[in-house]
Design a protein around this ligand. Sequence first.
Ligand code: GLN
Length: 535
Amino acid sequence: MTSTKYIFVTGGVSSSLGKGIIAASLAKLLQARGYRVTIQKLDPYINVDPGTLNPYEHGECYVTDDGAETDLDLGHYERFLNTPTSQANNVTTGRIYQSVIEKERRGEFLGKTVQVVPHITNEIKERIQILGKSGDYDIVITEIGGTVGDIESLPYIESVRQLKWELGDDALVIHLTLIPYLSAAGELKTKPTQHSVKTLMESGVSADILVCRTEHELSRELKDKLALFCNVKKEAVIQSIDASTIYDVPNLMLEEGLDVITMQKLNLTNTTEPNLDHWNAFLKRHKNPKAEVTIGLIGKYVELQDSYKSILEAFIHAGAENEVKVNVKSIHSEHIDAANISEALKGLNGILVAPGFGERGIDGKIEAVRYARENDLPFFGICLGMQMAVIEYSRNVLGLKNANSIEMDPDTQEPVINLMEDQKNITDMGGTMRLGAWKCSLAKGSKVAAIYGKEIIDERHRHRYEYNNAYRDQLEAAGLATTGTNPETGLVEIIEIPSHPYFVGVQYHPEYKSTVANPHPLFVSFVKAAHENSK
Ligand code: GLN
C-alpha cells in the first residue's frame, strides 16, 4: 500500500452510542482482510490523562504496555484487534495544550501569537499522523470523543476538516448517529440525524458514511431518505442495531457492508474476504455454554459497569474458553462485614477482589478474603485485592492484629503493604504511579507457573504500594507463598496458597491483557476453578 489511510469517527445526537465498538469492529473487519490497522481516541477534556479521574466520572482507566493511563475504549481496541496500543493511541485536550504551552515557553513559536488555529490544530493533526507516519499501519482510525456541536470538540473537528482537505481520497469521515424510535408514534425518526449532519457541515466537514444506531430495523425507504437529506450515498447508510453482545458487532457491520463501502471510498482494492474463523469460533463457544458459574466481584464502584470494564470482558473471554457462562454478581464491599459475609457470598463459585484506591470499603474486602480462604472458595485478588489478601493473612493467620497498608494507615505498627521506595518523594498525583509492563519471574512448581506455562511473564501495573519484603519469611513460613517476583528488584508480584483449591493474588492487572484471541490464562484458570467448585 502506498500511503496510510485515515478514518475519522465522529458522534452525533447523543453520547454513549458506542463509537469505540464501531471503530473496533470496522478495524477488526479490515484487519481480517489483511490490513494493518490501529485505532486512536481523541478525548476533548482538559485532564492530561484519565489517570486522575474517579471511575464514576469516566469508567475504568486502561493502562498500556508503555505505561500510559488511557480511556477505556483502548481496551476494546486491544480486545478486538489483539494488538497493543500505546500513549500515541490516546490524546486529550489537556495533553495537546500542555505540549503547545511547553513549546511556547521554549520559544519555539518565534514570537508569534499562539492560537487555537493553527497551533492547537497543528498539534492535533501531528498527533493523528504520528501513528500513520510510524510505517506500522496501513489504516489509522481516529475516534473523536464527545458529540458534534460540543464546544470542547471544535478544535478536533477543525483538524479533521483540514486533514480531509489535505489528504483527499486518503481520508474519510464516518458519522455515528442515533435514529430514535418514538413508541407513541410507532416511528423511527431521522430529524436528529439530519441536524447533527448539518452541525458537522457547519464546521466544514461532510460525513462520507452514516452509521445509525437503532433499536429497530431501518427500512430501505428510511435509509434512502437519510442518504438524500445527509448527502451520502445510499449504500453508505449503515444500520447498527442493538446487539446482545458487543462481539456480534463486527459480523453485523460485515452484513451491512461497512468494510466494503469504507474500502471503496479509500480506493482500497483488496478483494480477500475477511477471515473471521477464530472470532466466530469464540462467539460460538460464548453463546453455547455447557455450564454456568457465578462469581462475586467485590469492589466499591460496582454500581457502574464501566468501572471494571476490562475485568468483565476478561470473564467473557475466559468463560468462552471454558465453555461456561460466567455470571458476575457485583457486591459492594461497603455492604459486607463479618456478620453477613456468609449470606453475602452464598451461592458463589468464586470471588474476585477488585483493584482500588483508598480506605473506603476495605474492611469488607478483607472479610471476603477471609471467607474465601477459610471455606476453600476460589479467590482471585487483583492489585488492591492482592494487598488485602496479604493483610488478611497477616492479621488472621500470623496473628499480627495491626497489620495494614501504609495507604490506609500511614502510622500502622505492621506495614505489611508499604509505600514503594521510589514513590516516597513524589507529590504529583498524575502519571506518577508504577505504570505499564514489567517483567515477573514465576517460581518453579507453583500454581501460576503451571497456569502460564512459562517462567517469565510481562504484565501491566498501576500502583504505589507494594508487598513488604520484611514480612516475606514469616508469611511464607505460615503458608502464604510468594510465587512471582520482579527479577531486578525482588518486588513481590504474586502470592498464592498452595493448599487451597485456588487462591491467587497478583499485584498487576491481568485484565488489561485479555483479548478475544488470547484469553488471559489467570482468568481462564480461575473460571475453571469456579466451575470445579460448582460441581
Ligand atoms: N491502591 C493500591 C496501590 O496504589 C492498589 C492500586 C490498584 O488496585 N490499582 O498500590
